[in-house]
Ligand binder design. Sequence first.
Ligand code: FAD
Length: 501
Amino acid sequence: MRLNPGRNRFEEYPPGGLELEADVCVIGSGAGGASAACALAEAGLTVVLVEEGRNWQPGQFEPTASWAFKHLYAGRGTRATRGNCVIPLAGGRGVGGSTLINSAICFRTPEPVLADWRQNHGCEHFDAAWMETCFDRIWKTIGVTVNPPQFQRENNRIFKQGADALGLKGQWMARSAPGCTGCGTCNQGCPTGGKLTVDRSFLQLALDTGRVGVYGDCRVEGVETVGDRVVAVTGRTIEPQHYAASGTFRVKAGKFVVCGGAIGSPRFLMANGLAAGPVGQNLRIHPTAYALGRFEREIVPWHGVTQGYYVDLWDRGFLLQTFSMPPDQYYLSIPFGGDDGLTVMRELRHYASGGVVVHDQDSVGHVGPSELVYWMGDEDKRRLLAGVREVARVYFAAGATQVIAGVHGVPILHSPADIDRLVVDDVAAVELGLYASHPMGTCRMGVDPETSVVDPAGRVWGWSNLHVADASMFPTSLGVNPQVTVMAMGLTVGREMARSG
Ligand SMILES: Cc1cc2nc3c(=O)[nH]c(=O)nc-3n(C[C@H](O)[C@H](O)[C@H](O)COP(=O)(O)OP(=O)(O)OC[C@H]3O[C@@H](n4cnc5c(N)ncnc54)[C@H](O)[C@@H]3O)c2cc1C
């Protein structure tokens, strides 16, 4: 069978296995895969897109962490890096990839980062004019807008109040959630469809061409090659009850683009001996740390836009951003347990939560066949602690009666005078309460096959028809939330693949 245009799922697959054929096979359907598929289909090519996770409809999502971890998170939510600290590293699995569970924050790629990529990594395809074209297209396609104040609610408003009082440069965040009603469950799957995830935006545009078949529940594992060409990929279909490998499939195509994300893509390339150079190296993740502020009035941090407000401290290597999560996840983040932890949980409605996102600079990490390693550098750790102190200052400026710094061993802060005295740089990285959801850099782009995995058009060195289009291509850390940049990568690699005949 060539391909069945539209969305296909496990229940429809023949017991004897799927045999598919198209001009291009896209592996993975996240921010990179969906936008690449759109660019390829709009250029007139037929596309089979294979994705390990399911095709979901907004009404199917359940607003609990346990449901979401099982159905929407890579590794059922247990993925974490290990090194001199342990960092949960969230990622999505499903048609739509991590956009299914992301907070919808949208930043254009900072020009200093693009200039560095062009000057020092040979990324000439990312010139300012083309990137502006991509950003305009992305803004329109995923409906980027600032959500109105009534949906931001207190967790975001109180942060703005404190930042304003300190004279910090802050803004409401632009988000790909034009229909957001502030239910606060972005990270469990948007139940109303108010968030425009890529399965409902870029991928829908691709499907509208009639040239694309999306195959959910299909995990790509193997590859067939002839000379310097990939001729087919093979894999297992995944039954949706227990997520066990079941049947088989094979996709024949003229070109292939790997979009499994910064963990999935290097693992696929490594497992099949498709890439040399630094494949899997240079893992960057934008580590985050946090503080909680307690207020006399109720905040109810799990209500409202999940992440609505930020303060730009780019010059110092970090951003402050509000965040929220379901109550059970707050419990896991409190840096002390026992009665004190239970008291915070009883009073959780009075707390606000804000974090710091660091532009990683001296940390080093890598993705191995089964391990994820990240060693936090001293400078990145200092920036995280500086950010935790800033969040504490913001909360006291907004009238907090106490602040919990997300650092083990630091007692509750009762006044601004406690901040510098108690949140000191001289703590081990392992003491910080950390989290990350922006893996990148593990198939980095460049001009030298010794130091990069793909060339500036996203083609894997050594192969004439194998490309990568996802967050793994970033030559460096980005410093801002990455989904828009990943979509720009997808559009650019898709354009280059279509042009290359
Ligand atoms: C909880 C969370 C919140 C976030 N919030 C934001 C935010 O607010 N703003 C922002 O800019 N960014 C955010 N991000 C990050 C952003 O969503 C990602 O950077 C972006 O989606 C990465 O795109 P990608 O294409 O590289 O990978 P992904 O979007 O992760 O997609 C990869 C897809 O490939 C599939 N796959 C992997 N291997 C295989 C295989 N072998 N066979 C078949 N399929 C495979 C996976 O199942 C997955 O669906 C967030 C991420 C998370 C997890």
